[in-house]
Design a protein around this ligand. Structure first.
Ligand code: G4F
Length: 328
C-alpha cells in the first residue's frame, strides 16, 4: 500500500485528491494547521479515511515530524494562502506560507529522506497566476513568468525552488502549473462560487444582487476533480517535470454571469449585478488561457468537464444547498 501526505488537505483540491488516492488504495495523511482547527471535522466528514497530522508550513520541525509519522511515498504540497486579493493586504504572511513554505517542505523532505531521496516523489502546486501579465497566448511551460500579485510572486519562488531541488539533488519533484479550477467545494470568496451562490440565492428570493469587481477579466476554468488526477499522473512518471494543466479555453466574468443566470431562467441580469471598486485589484491578470498539450501527450490527461457543465454543476449544487438551509 502506497502512502501519501497532502498539505492543504482542508481545501477543495486536498479533498478531491484525498478521495482519488483513497479510491486507488493509498494510505492518505493530511497535514492540518493549528489547535482546534474548525476544518478538522470537515475533513473527517468528507473524507473519513484520511489520517490527520498537525503541522504548519512555516515550521520545519513540524513538517519533519509529519514526514516521520507518515513515511510517505508521495507528497502533494497543496498548502498555501490561495486568495489572490488577500495577498496585497497580507503580502508578508503570503510570502511566508505560499513561498517560503515550499522551501521548508522541500528541505524537510531532504533532511528526512537523507541518502535515500529517491524513495519519495514531490508535487508542488504551482499556479497560472505566475503568468500574470502574459507574455504568450496561450501560456505554456516555457512562457516567461511575470506575476502581478504578491501571491503570484510567492508562487514563482516555490516553483523555482521545486525546479532547483530537482536539479540540485535529483529529487523527483514536479510542478503542476494549474489554471483556475473550480467545483461546488470552492470557497465563496472566489468569483465562480461567489456568482453561483448569489445566482441561487437571487433565484430563491434570498438576495437582491451580487456586487463584483472587474467583469472583463478572462480565465481558463476547469473542474478541480479533473485537475487532481493530473497531479497524481505527474508523480507516476519515471522522471519529474513541469506541466501546464488547463482546458485551453478562456471565458470572461461576463460570460460566467450570462451562463449562471441562464441556468435559473434569468436572461437580463443587468440590474442584478453591481460593480464596486472594493473588488478591483491593484494589478489585474487580464487574460489566462493555457496550452495543455504537454500534459495530454506525456500524462495522457485531458479535462472531462466543460465550462458550461462546470457552471451548471455549481449552480445546481448551490440551489440545493441554499434551499435546504432556507428551510432549516
Ligand atoms: O476567482 P478569483 O479570485 O481567482 P484568481 O485570482 O484567478 O485566482 C485563482 O486561480 C489561480 C490560478 O490562476 C490560483 F492560483 C489562485 O489560488 C486562485 O485559485 O478571481 C478571478 C477573476 C479575477 O480577475 C478577479 O479580478 O475574477 C475577478 N473578479 C471580479 N469580481 C473577482 C470579483 N474575483 C473575486 N474573487 N471576487 C469578485 O468579486
Amino acid at each position: 500500500m502506497k502512502r501519501a501526505l497532502i498539505t492543504g488537505i482542508t481545501g477543495q483540491d486536498g479533498l478531491y485528491l484525498a478521495e482519488l488516492l483513497l479510491s486507488k488504495g493509498y494510505e492518505v495523511f493530511g497535514l492540518i494547521r493549528g489547535q482546534n482547527n474548525p476544518k478538522f471535522s470537515l475533513v473527517q466528514r468528507e473524507v473519513p479515511g484520511v489520517k490527520l497530522l498537525t503541522g504548519d508550513l512555516t515550521d520545519i520541525s513540524s513538517l519533519l515530524r509529519a514526514l516521520k509519522a507518515s513515511q510517505p511515498d508521495e507528497i502533494y504540497n497543496l498548502g498555501a494562502i490561495s486568495f489572490v486579493a488577500y495577498s496585497w493586504e497580507n503580502a508578508e504572511v503570503t510570502s511566508d506560507v505560499t513561498g517560503k513554505g515550499v522551501l521548508n517542505m522541500l528541505e524537510a523532505v531532504r533532511l528526512w529522506a537523507g541518502d535515500d531521496l529517491s524513495k519519495v516523489r514531490f508535487y508542488q502546486a504551482s499556479s497560472s497566476e505566475m503568468f500574470g501579465k502574459v507574455q504568450d497566448v496561450p501560456q505554456r511551460e516555457s512562457t516567461l513568468l511575470w506575476p502581478r500579485s504578491p501571491y503570484g510572486v510567492a508562487k514563482v519562488f516555490g516553483h523555482y525552488m521545486t525546479i532547483n531541488y530537482r536539479e540540485s539533488y535529483g529529487m523527483h519533484a514536479s510542478s503542476g502549473i494549474l489554471f483556475n479550477h473550480e467545483s461546488p467545494r470552492r470557497g465563496p470568496e472566489f468569483v465562480t462560487r461567489k456568482i453561483t451562490q448569489a445566482v441561487a440565492r437571487i433565484k430563491l428570493g434570498l438576495q437582491d444582487k451580487v456586487v463584483l469587481g472587474n467583469l472583463d477579466a478572462q480565465r481558463d476554468w476547469g473542474f478541480a476533480g479533473d485537475y487532481v488526477d493530473a497531479m497524481w499522473r505527474m508523480l507516476q512518471q519515471p522522471t519529474a517535470d513541469d506541466y501546464v494543466i488547463a482546458t485551453g479555453e478562456t471565458h470572461s466574468i461576463r460570460e460566467l454571469l450570462e451562463l449562471a443566470f441562464s441556468y435559473v431562467g434569468i436572461s437580463d441580469w443587468s440590474e442584478l449585478v453591481e460593480q464596486d471598486p472594493r473588488f478591483m485589484r491593484p494589478a489585474e491578470v487580464d487574460l489566462l488561457i493555457g496550452d495543455p498539450s504537454k500534459a495530454r501527450e506525456v500524462l495522457d490527461w485531458k479535462p472531462s468537464v466543460s465550462f458550461a457543465e462546470l457552471i451548471r454543476m455549481m449552480v445546481e449544487s448551490d440551489l440545493a444547498e441554499q434551499s435546504a438551509s432556507a428551510k432549516r
